[in-house]
Design a protein around this ligand. Structure first.
Ligand code: 13P
Ligand code: SF4
Length: 338
């Protein structure tokens, strides 16, 4: 089994209409000694100009080792915060400061602190999709790419509290057999995927493999051939002999899949109209936050060095420990992970 999957360098030229902007961005990149990191859900033209495109784990690993002076983070706010926590002395900019996340919103630090106060034996595990203030209250951070490994390594004598994604938490409990108290947050986009949509797609495309992100509901995960993080989805589609895949996550991922798996077909659930199936009008394959970023905004944030992520020194100090613990456990060979 693939343990951690690091994104590969792949900066390139986007389609011709974006070329003038891309050239400006490359010039700014050189001038600033900047690195451009992009999440797999970003629009294709941003992925095309990024130095690294990957999942939350790969991006945190890249942020931890970069020697650039400026980090341009094309993703959502909590991801840019994570990069800042790992690089307090570097400038971290993001194209749109309002690119939030429904999971982050669901878990305010004061409410988490109040719950933690009810049980001194809690050991708090936070999905990386949370604010820096929440990270500062936690024992370890996980991403969807390493959650199972990290929960397996959690102290056996502690009561596990998992925040803020109840669906990812449920899936990790199923994989590890460790009971956990789950915070009731969710990804507003992934919980829109439904069992009947996937069943319809399975009916129309019986040879297709169904690949599901663990932020999805159990009724959907139960129909999957594979449940995994976005980076592991790409690896799965590369390695599996199937020629057709139903992809149950944000549609931005399809760009890399098409580029990196030539000759294979990707059906982004539940795009019924694209396959001439009856539509239910659902837009759940797009995250409105991830789609706030544009190439123009990438150029502007580099020109202005703003919006910039700034965090109190004390939050950085406390939030860094659980992130570093995550990176350390993630890097352990599987046999020593527990
Ligand atoms: P990964 O890319 O780490 O699987 O995360 C998915 C996601 O929803 C990020 O916000
Ligand atoms: Fe948050 Fe979901 Fe968007 Fe990821 S896809 S940033 S979890 S709202």
């Amino acid at each position: 089994m693939i343990d951690t999957v690091e994104p590969q360098p792949r900066a390139g030229m986007p389609p011709a209409r974006f070329e003038p902007l891309a050239r400006e961005i490359y010039a700014l990149k050189k001038q600033l000694n900047a690195v451009i990191l992009a999440h797999n859900y970003q629009v294709p033209e941003i992925q095309d100009i990024a130095d690294f495109t990957g999942d939350s784990l790969g991006l945190a690993q890249q942020a931890a080792k970069t020697d650039a002076d400026v980090i341009v983070f094309c993703g959502v706010h909590f991801m840019a915060e994570t990069a800042k926590i790992l690089n307090p002395n570097k400038i971290v900019v993001l194209p749109d400061k309002d690119a939030g996340c429904s999971l982050e919103e669901s878990c305010p630090a004061d409410k988490l602190a109040a719950l933690q106060a009810t049980n001194p034996n809690f050991w708090t595990i936070a999905y990386i999709n949370c604010s820096a203030a929440v990270k500062a209250l936690c024992d370890v951070i996980v991403t969807s790419g390493n959650a199972e490994k990290i929960v397996n390594a959690a102290p056996k004598d502690r009561d596990l509290l998992f925040v803020p994604d109840e669906n990812l938490g449920q899936w990790v409990m199923e994989q590890t057999g460790r009971p956990m108290t789950l915070w009731k947050g969710n990804c507003y986009a992934h919980v829109e995927f439904r069992r009947d949509q996937i069943l319809k797609l399975r009916q129309h495309f019986p040879a297709a493999k169904v690949v599901v992100h663990p932020e999805s509901l159990r009724e959907v995960r139960d129909l999957a051939d594979a449940v995994c993080s976005t980076e592991k989805m790409i690896t799965y589609c590369k390695n599996d002999p199937a020629k057709q895949f139903v992809i149950v996550t944000e549609s931005g991922i399809i760009h890399r899949m098409q580029k990196e798996c030539p000759g294979k077909e990707f059906l982004c659930a539940p795009s019924f109209d694209a396959f001439k199936l009856p539509t239910d009008g659902c837009r759940c394959s797009e995250c409105k936050f991830m789609k706030m970023n544009t190439l123009e905004k990438v150029r502007d944030c580099m020109k202005n060095l703003a919006p910039r992520v700034e965090l109190p020194a004390e939050i950085i100090r406390r939030a860094r420990l659980p992130i570093e613990r995550m990176l350390e456990i993630s890097a352990r060979p599987l046999a020593n992970a527990g």
